[in-house]
Design a protein around this ligand. Structure first.
Ligand SMILES: [Zn+2]
Ligand SMILES: [Zn+2]
Length: 702
């Protein structure tokens, strides 16, 4: 008997097909089976989506016989993807306003798509190697601290989801390791998903997991899942997880879609990190999907952070007389394990410093003293390049990018002007392109210039061994080459570097043992940003940076570790809270402001962005969409704001506009977006100048 089979394929976004196509097949393939199907002249990989239905016989003479094409082939030897996995994809597609086919196929390794039937058959024949014996040193497990033991007992006894609020250095990783171990020992099939923001920045974590689990569960028990894997590696790791052989998957946001049939525990480390939000295609939040997936599959979920997102903090609020507790369980670990005290925070009032001061004299003295004693220093400046703009002192010409509404950054090392938005790069002009004046000079300061400036300021200073001090810079420019970041970090770890200058990259989870002073420069911009999340990001960055200092309790210190913040607003509540290392106080103040302004987490947002050759075209599409949705929005109490240009209005000669949608009910917002989508598709065909448009649900940057 013939069957009618629905198959999800990757159709281009907004093609109107929506992803599910119907085919004919002699076999009633199980949902989740991977197949190849013809579409036009091409053959596509697809996932059988629903239960097969018998093909209706065209008995009625009036009905035209259905012209279904047949499935081309089946990817043999592969267990079908689970119903849970398909439901996760379906949910993500629905919530983030994309087609399930797009989400499903993006979540599968590209080689499944690219290998021919013959290649696939050969790939299947490849015998898995015998489980390799672990060849590392087995490390003794540390005894958990009282705080860790309490937290682990809570995780064992409750359902979660859990927000593990643990100070930098409180031993969150040990909690993840033990919670994972408990699951592996309890259930001989259990699988664990551990997500981290950026795998390159946390090389130590993979080693720790391997060292802990490989001796007992084999060297192949852990696989990585991130975008720097080769297609072949990705397929291998994906298959290991899909077949249940890999017990632990360690990966970045994409790993949330790993096929793991026996998933028991999901860990989201540094859950506040913005890189959990996908910025193109389906703009999903891997953290939020982890919560959904945990609930769907009955797996426990642990979100961990020293500075949780205000959303997660709010969701984990304890019950009060007026209000029940949030839906997450908050677990706290305030102490630092085997590490020194948190650094003393010193604020420098830049209003009292001479004009154009880069380092106040007090800070410089403190830095000189420390490097002389052989201690390490981190200098944080969140702006790369030499100077953010080149300026003509005569006519006022500035190094604008001809293709973007932004300045090109001056990079002194290769003497270029580089646009950080579209990449447009030119050699630095000898004279002002506008008036011919030779006196063009940099305005402002980036990490490159800071490195150069520090070398002058510290030129006379020597290390304890009499050698001149070494300054290194780590940012997106210095680490462009593969392996360069690892090499630079290793140098810092080995103690070859005395002063490390860098962007937020240096604040992440590195374990720099000898850092005793952290200095943060030019942080004021975030205090008064138009983006309401800027203070949250700054606070978390500074807390993380502060956490880099004093990690070695055994280090003999002449004076306590310090974090210096130079600011024109040193008494700002954000710095007050930082001084006390008091995240809860900061969160409370911020949440109060957000509640008064009805901002997330007290409301829910979505953005529609449109790109066109002219700003007018982009805005007119959005405003037409606004008109089309107005009645429904009114009914559902959804606010539709007028279209506005994006902060960087033009990138690579494309004009960009956006429109904010806000509602106090997530459900109403979802309902609105689902119904409104048809309007947007329809309007798009009338607004031919629009190049692309996309909806961003729960956007992280406004
Ligand atoms: Zn000029
Ligand atoms: Zn540009």
């Amino acid at each position: 008997m013939s069957h009618q089979i629905t198959v999800m394929v990757h159709t281009p976004a907004h093609s109107g097909i929506g992803g599910a196509l119907t085919y004919e097949s002699d076999t009633a393939h199980t949902p989740g089976t991977l197949v190849r199907v013809p579409l036009g002249s091409r053959e596509l990989l697809g996932v059988v989506w629903d239960e097969a239905a018998p093909l209706p016989e065209s008995a009625e003479p009036t009905a035209a016989p259905m012209q279904l094409r047949a499935i081309a082939s089946v990817l043999a030897g592969l267990t079908p993807l689970s119903a849970h996995w398909r439901q996760l994809v379906q949910f993500a597609a629905h919530y983030y306003q994309r087609s399930p086919g797009e989400v499903a196929l993006a979540a599968l390794p590209s080689q499944l798509r690219d290998l021919s039937t013959e290649q696939w058959a050969r790939r299947l024949k490849r015998k898995p190697k015998a489980v390799a014996a672990f060849e590392g040193t087995t490390q003794a497990m540390p005894t958990p601290t009282d705080e860790q033991a309490q937290v682990l007992a809570d995780i064992a006894a409750h359902k979660g989801p859990f927000l593990l609020f643990g100070n930098t250095g409180s031993g969150k990783t040990e909690v993840y390791l033990r919670a994972a171990q408990a699951e592996l020992e309890r259930n001989p099939q259990a699988q664990i998903l551990v997500m981290v923001p950026e795998i390159n920045l946390t090389p130590q974590l993979e080693e720790r997991f391997r060292a802990r689990f490989a001796p007992k569960w084999g060297a192949d028990c852990l696989v990585a899942m991130h975008s720097s894997l080769t297609p072949a590696q990705r397929l291998k790791n994906w298959l290991a997880a899909h077949n249940g052989e890999a017990r632990i998957v360690l990966g970045t946001r994409m790993a949330v879609f790993s096929s793991m049939p026996h998933l028991q525990l999901i860990v989201v480390d540094e859950e506040h990190d913005p890189s959990y939000k996908q910025q193109e295609g389906a703009r999903y939040s891997a953290r939020d999907l982890a919560i959904y997936r945990g609930q769907l599959e009955g797996a426990k979920v642990i979100l961990g952070s020293a500075t949780p997102s205000l959303e997660s903090w709010h969701h984990s609020r304890p019950a009060t007389a007026a209000e029940p507790a949030g839906r997450y369980m908050r677990l706290a670990m305030p102490s630092r394990v085997g590490q020194g005290a948190l650094p003393l925070v010193r604020r420098v009032d830049m209003n009292r410093q001479p004009y154009k001061t880069v380092f106040s004299n007090h800070l410089l003295d403190a830095m000189r003293e420390r490097v002389t004693r052989g201690e390490q220093i981190l200098v944080l400046l969140n702006r790369r390049g030499y100077a953010p703009v080149l300026n003509c002192n005569d006519c006022g010409w500035k190094s604008e990018c001809p293709h973007c509404s932004a300045y090109r950054v001056f990079h002194k090392l290769d003497r270029t002007l580089r646009c950080h938005h579209c990449g447009f790069t030119q050699p630095v002009p000898r004279a002002c392109p506008s008036c011919g004046n030779l006196d063009i000079s940099p305005l402002g300061r980036g990490t490159e210039q800071l490195e150069e400036h520090l070398a002058e300021l510290l030129a006379e200073v020597c290390r304890p061994d009499g050698e001149p001090i070494r300054i290194t810079r780590i940012d997106a420019d210095s680490t462009r080459l593969k392996g360069e970041l690892e090499r630079q970090l290793a140098e810092v770890h080995a103690g070859a570097v005395d002063v490390l200058v860098g962007t937020q990259m240096i604040a992440k989870g590195h374990d720099f043992r000898r850092v005793t002073l952290v200095a943060a420069l030019n942080t004021d911009g975030a205090l008064f940003s138009s983006d309401f999340r800027a203070p949250e990001r700054l606070f978390s960055l500074l807390m993380q940076a502060a956490g880099r200092a004093g990690r070695d309790a055994n280090m003999h210190l002449v004076s306590p570790c310090e974090m210096w913040v130079q600011s024109h607003h040193p008494m700002h509540p954000l710095f007050e809270a930082l001084k006390q290392h008091d995240y809860p106080a900061f969160a409370e103040q911020q949440l109060k402001e957000r509640e008064q302004a009805t901002l997330p987490p007290f409301s829910f947002q979505a953005l529609v962005r449109a790109e066109a050759r002219s700003q007018e075209a982009a805005q007119s599409f959005l405003n037409a969409a606004r008109d089309a949705g107005a009645a429904l929005a009114d009914e559902l109490l959804v606010d539709l704001y007028p279209a506005v240009p994006m902060t960087i209005q033009r990138v690579a000669n494309i004009e960009r506009a956006q429109m904010l949608i806000e509602c106090t009910s997530r459900k109403a917002l979802q309902h609105f977006l689902v119904h409104w989508q048809a309007d947007l598709h329809l309007l798009r065909s009338a607004h031919r100048q629009v190049i692309r448009w996309a909806v961003d649900v729960d956007p992280l940057a406004i």
